[in-house]
Design a protein around this ligand. Structure first.
Ligand code: NAD
Length: 292
């Protein structure tokens, strides 16, 4: 039976480490790091994600601000609010929670985020530096996956890593991190990949970031595979109070007996993404204050 990669525990360890650093900074008379979050509209999952990010700030002793904006805000107004955050010396890092309403171009918004405050690691400038030794702020979810592998001492060097999904925020940067600093051989699969199972069966480490429950089944993986399930899907479940359960992209019950390690959903990659945001905010803060 596979070892479950406990992202909740590891992220909590990271938060304790950061809380201790923040205490020291404050003891030296400095202000706490400050993370802001921009939430546009009323998307249920987005509200939950942002709430969890704000909670983590509280745990580590960061200041946090939530900027809630209406669904019908114009792109120009949103840009103006983001430019305010870029200018605000009291804000070290901020996130713009995705998805945005359809009338707003995600690309335009990401383009104006100050890379020094881009703690999600979404901007082209930070993306372009992923593979550099002196990289800037790394994309939060792939960074969280790398940290999870590292803390469980799962070697990536020389391994064949298969990433399913090639989004700008997860799949593509994941592939670059694994092939670059991770020294792995990487295959990136996506919606147009022919015969997905042929590729996934070759994986020593399989990272799935698609958004389709049960896309990966037991017959699609080899014995001993390490499975990282990034997907978060709400599936109807009458036994739950909320009427739904959270599932990943992997058929957990089917795949777990064949895997050596596997992330649960929830409690795997999700908390690691939040831990990465906290790490990135502290790094942005230190750079602002000349501490790095
Ligand atoms: P996205 O929709 O931007 O990208 C999905 C990718 O999956 C695309 O590259 C597409 O080509 C590929 N794809 C779609 N159908 C496929 C199929 N049948 N076979 C192979 N590939 C297919 O999604 P995203 O933003 O990368 O998010 C992916 C999933 O990860 C979602 O469930 C999202 O909620 C979740 N997510 C989780 C975290 C976390 O912290 N755990 C963070 C970000 C995203």
């Amino acid at each position: 039976m596979a070892v479950r990669l406990d992202g909740k525990k590891i992220s909590s360890d990271i938060e304790q480490e950061i809380a201790a650093e923040v205490k020291e900074l404050i003891a030296r008379g400095m202000r706490p790091p400050h993370l802001a979050a921009v939430l546009v509209g009323d998307d249920g999952p987005s509200r939950t994600y942002v709430r969890n990010k704000m909670k983590a700030c509280e745990v580590v002793g960061f200041r946090s601000s939530l900027i809630k904006l209406p669904e019908d805000i114009s792109e120009q107004e949103l840009i103006a609010r983001i430019e305010d955050l870029n200018r605000d010396d009291e804000v070290d890092g901020y996130i713009v929670q995705l998805p945005l309403p359809e009338h707003i171009s995600v690309e335009h918004i990401i383009d104006i985020i100050d890379p020094k405050k881009d703690v999600d690691g979404f901007t082209p400038s930070n993306f372009g530096k992923i593979d550099q030794e002196h990289h800037s702020l790394l994309p939060a979810t792939p960074m969280g996956v790398m940290e999870l592998l590292k803390r469980y001492r799962i070697e990536t060097r020389g391994k064949h890593c298969v990433v399913v999904g090639k989004s700008h925020i997860v799949g593509m940067p994941m592939g670059i991190l694994l092939a670059g600093p991770g020294d792995a051989t990487v295959t990136i699969c996506h919606i147009y990949t022919r015969d997905l199972a042929t590729h996934t069966r070759m994986a020593d480490i399989l990272v799935v970031a698609v958004g389709k429950p049960n896309l990966i089944t037991a017959d699609m993986v080899k014995e001993g595979v390490v499975v990282i399930d990034v997907g978060i899907n709400r599936v109807p479940d009458g036994t739950k109070k909320k009427g739904y359960a959270l599932r990943g992209d992997v058929d957990f019950e089917g795949v777990e007996p064949k895997a050596s390690y596997i992330t649960p959903v929830p409690g795997g990659v999700g908390p690691m993404t939040i831990a990465s945001l906290i790490i990135n905010t502290l790094e942005a803060y230190k750079k602002r204050h000349g501490l790095l």
